[in-house]
Design a protein around this ligand. Structure first.
Ligand code: NAP
Ligand code: G4F
Length: 334
C-alpha cells in the first residue's frame, strides 16, 4: 500500500485553512495543522472534520505552535517531514495592521522566513505554498496580474510583499519548489466576522430576525474582486501539483463596490440596505486600496483553474448560511 501524502497547514483554524484541510482529507492526505494556544475555543471551523463520517478525520492531527516561533516550526517540520506545506497563518486583517504594524511584520512577514528556513535545512524537496495577496498591488491600477508592480498601502500589504520576495528568493537561490498564490479577496460562510462581506451578511441575518437595527460601516466606495474560498484553496493545491514552481493570481475578474455587495446581500433578504447602514469613521483606513480587479488568465491556462462563483451567488450563499445559523444549524454544516 502506498503511503498517503502528508501536508502541514499553518493557519488551519482560519477560513482557508479549514477548507484546505477538508479538501486534502478528501484526497486521502494525512493532514497536520498548526494551532495557536488560545484562552477560548479557536477550532470552530475544523472541529466537524473529526466527526464527519464522509471524511477520514482520524488523518487530521493538530499541533500547538506559532509561526513567529522559529524553533517550534523547525522542530515540527523536522518531525513531520511533510511533502507539502501550506503557509496560511498571518495577522490577516488590513485595518488591524495599522494598529499593530510591528506584530503584523513579524507574523505576516518574517514568519514566512521561519518556515522557508526550516524547509531548507530539513529537506529542500518539501513543496511550499505562500499565501500572497492582491493587497500587494495596492495602488497599482487594475486589472492586476502577475506582472503588475507592487504598491502596498498598509503594513499588512508591505509584510506580504516581503513574504512574496523571500519565497521567490528561496526558489531561485536554493532550487526549492516554493510558490506564491496572489489571491484576490475570497469569502465564504466561514469568513472571519470582521471582514466586510461577513460583517454585512451577519447583519442582514440579524436584521431579518429582528436582532439588530443598524450596521456601522466605513468606506463604501472601494472596489473588490470577491470569489468563493473553497475554489481558491483548490487553486492553492493545484499550484503545488504543477510540474514547475511558479506564481499565480487567482481572481474572478469581476468588480463590485461595497455598496454593490450591501445591495446584493440585503436584497436577497428582501431588505433595503440604505435604511440600515450608518457611517462610522473608525472603520476607515489611513490609506485605502481603492480598486482591486484581478486577471487570472495565467492560472486558467497553466492550472486549468477558473472561478465559478461570482458575487451575486456568493452573497446568497453567505446570507443563507448566516440565517441558517440563527435558526440553529450546526456549525459543521457550513
Ligand atoms: P484568517 O481566517 O484570518 O486565518 C488566519 C489563520 O492564521 C488563523 O488560523 C489564525 O489562527 C492563524 N494565525 C494568525 N497568527 C498566527 C500566528 N502567529 N501563529 C500561528 N497561526 C496564526 O485568514 P484567511 O482568510 O483564511 O486567509 C489565509 C491566508 O491567506 C492569510 O495569510 C491571509 O493573509 C491570506 N490571504 C487571504 C485572502 C482572503 O481574501 N481571505 C486573500 C489573499 C491572501 P487563529 O484562528 O488562532 O486566529
Ligand atoms: O473585507 P476587508 O476588511 O478586506 P480587505 O481589506 O480587502 O483585505 C482582505 O482581502 C485581502 C486580499 O485583497 C487579504 F489579503 C486580506 O487578508 C483580507 O482577507 O475590506 C474590504 C473593503 C475595504 O476597502 C474596507 O475599507 O471594505 C471596506 N470596508 C468598509 N466598511 C470595511 C468596512 N471593511 C471592514 N473590514 N469593515 C467595515 O466596516
Amino acid at each position: 500500500m502506498t503511503q498517503p501524502k502528508r501536508a502541514l497547514i499553518t493557519g488551519v483554524t482560519g477560513q482557508d485553512g479549514s477548507y484546505m484541510a477538508q479538501q486534502l482529507l478528501e484526497k486521502g492526505y494525512e493532514v497536520h495543522g498548526l494551532v495557536r494556544r488560545s484562552s477560548s475555543f479557536n477550532r470552530g471551523r475544523i472541529d466537524h472534520l473529526h466527526h464527519d463520517d464522509h471524511l477520514p478525520g482520524k488523518n487530521l492531527f493538530l499541533h500547538y505552535g506559532d509561526v513567529t516561533d522559529a524553533a517550534r516550526i523547525h522542530q515540527l517540520i523536522s518531525e513531520l517531514r511533510p511533502h507539502e506545506v501550506y503557509n496560511l497563518a498571518a495577522q490577516s486583517h488590513v485595518r488591524v495592521s495599522f494598529d499593530e504594524p510591528l506584530y503584523t511584520a513579524e507574523a505576516t512577514g518574517i514568519s514566512t522566513l521561519n518556515v522557508l528556513e526550516a524547509i531548507r535545512s530539513v529537506d529542500k524537496s518539501i513543496r511550499f505554498y505562500q499565501a500572497s495577496t492582491s493587497e500587494m498591488f495596492g495602488a497599482s491600477p487594475p486589472p492586476q496580474n502577475e506582472e503588475t508592480p507592487f504598491y502596498p498601502r498598509s503594513p499588512y500589504g508591505a509584510a506580504k510583499v516581503y513574504s512574496y520576495w523571500i519565497t521567490r528568493n528561496y526558489r531561485e537561490a536554493y532550487d526549492m519548489f516554493a510558490v506564491n498564490g496572489q489571491l484576490f479577496n475570497h469569502e465564504s460562510p466561514r469568513r472571519g466576522e470582521t471582514f466586510v462581506t461577513r460583517k454585512i451578511t451577519m447583519a442582514v441575518a440579524r436584521i431579518k430576525k429582528g436582532l439588530q437595527s443598524e450596521l456601522w460601516m466605513g468606506n463604501l466606495d472601494s472596489i473588490r474582486d470577491w470569489g468563493y474560498a473553497p475554489e481558491y484553496t483548490d487553486g492553492m493545491w493545484r499550484m503545488l501539483q504543477a510540474s514547475e514552481p511558479d506564481d499565480f493570481v487567482l481572481a474572478t475578474g469581476t468588480a463590485y463596490t461595497i455598496k454593490d455587495f450591501l445591495s446584493l446581500a440585503f436584497e436577497h433578504a428582501g431588505l433595503n440596505w440604505e435604511e440600515y447602514v450608518k457611517f462610522d469613521p473608525k472603520f476607515l483606513r489611513p490609506t485605502e486600496v481603492d480598486e482591486l480587479i484581478g486577471d487570472a488568465g495565467k492560472a486558467k491556462a497553466k492550472l486549468g483553474w477558473e472561478a465559478k462563483v461570482h458575487p451575486p451567488e456568493l452573497a446568497r450563499i453567505m446570507v443563507d448560511a448566516d440565517i441558517a445559523r440563527l435558526d440553529g444549524a450546526p456549525e459543521g454544516q457550513f
